[in-house]
Design a protein around this ligand. Sequence first.
Ligand SMILES: Nc1ncnc2c1ncn2[C@@H]1O[C@H](COP(=O)(O)OP(=O)(O)OP(=O)(O)O)[C@@H](O)[C@H]1O
Ligand SMILES: [Mg+2]
Length: 259
Amino acid sequence: MTNSNLLPVPEQEPLFLLDDLWKSRFDGKNRVNVLEGVSASVEAGRIVTVVGPSGSGKSTLMLLLNRLEEPDSGRITYLGRDLREWNVLDLRRQVGMVFQQPVMLSGSVRENVLYGPRLVGEERDSDPEALLGRVGLDPSLADRDARELSGGQQQRVALARVLANYPAVLLLDEPTSALDENASRMIEELVVGLQREKGLTCIWVTHDLSQALRLDGETWVFDSGRLVESGSTMEVLSQPRHPAAREYLKSRLERGEAR
Ligand SMILES: Nc1ncnc2c1ncn2[C@@H]1O[C@H](COP(=O)(O)OP(=O)(O)OP(=O)(O)O)[C@@H](O)[C@H]1O
Ligand SMILES: [Mg+2]
C-alpha cells in the first residue's frame, strides 16, 4: 500500500477540537447523560488512547467524532470547521472508523476492502490483497464471504477497508479485542508505522493498558461520561490524579492488565 495521497494536515492547529460535549440517551425508562461536558483537543500526528470502565462513553464519543451521532450540545471541529459543515462522505473518507463490533457488507472480503475506493472510482489503484497482508491476514482470504470470517478476521478486514481510503485519522474502537497477542502487536506496529511515516492521527479505545503503554502517546480516561484525566500515557498511567482514574487504573493493574 502506498499512502502517498494521505491528506496533508496543517501541523499548527489541533486536528480535532471537542468543546463541552453533552450527550444523553434513553435507557428504557429515563434520559441519562452518557457524555457530560467533554472538552479536549487532538493534535495532528498523535495517537490518543481512550480508556475507562465499560459504559463510560468511549464508543459514544467515537460515534460523535465520525458524525454517526450528534451531541445534544457542544461542538466538534475538524480542521477548524464544525463537523456539521463537512460533507459527511468527505469527512468519513478522512476520518476512518473501525467499530467495536465490525460490520461486514455482504459479498467477498475483496468487495468489502474495495468498498471505499469504488465509491470514488479509485478501485483500480487499490490492492486489496496487499492491504490484507498489512493487517496480518492471508491474501487468499480475498475471495471468501466476508460474513463467514471469524470475529478477529472481520476486525482486520474492517481495518483494511478503512485503510483503503488513505485516512488522515483512524478512530479505532477496541480493534484488537478479538485478536491474539501477536496479531494485536502487528496492528499496533502498523498504526505506529503509519503515524511515523505518514503523520496518521489515531484515537484508539482500549481496555488493555499494556497496549496503551506500547502506543506511547496520550491517554484520556473516561468515567461516567466525563473525561476525568488526560496527558501523556506514561504520566496518566503511572501518576493518575483524579480519584476515578486512580480507581479504574488500579483495578486494571490488579488484574495484571499492564506492566
Ligand atoms: N444504542 C444505545 N441506546 C441506549 N443506550 C446506549 C446505546 N449505546 C450505548 N448506550 C449507553 O450509553 C452509555 C455509554 O455507552 P458506550 O457504548 O459509549 O460505553 P463504552 O465506554 O464504549 O463501554 P464499553 O467499554 O463497554 O464498550 C452506556 O450507559 C450504554 O448503556
Ligand atoms: Mg465501547
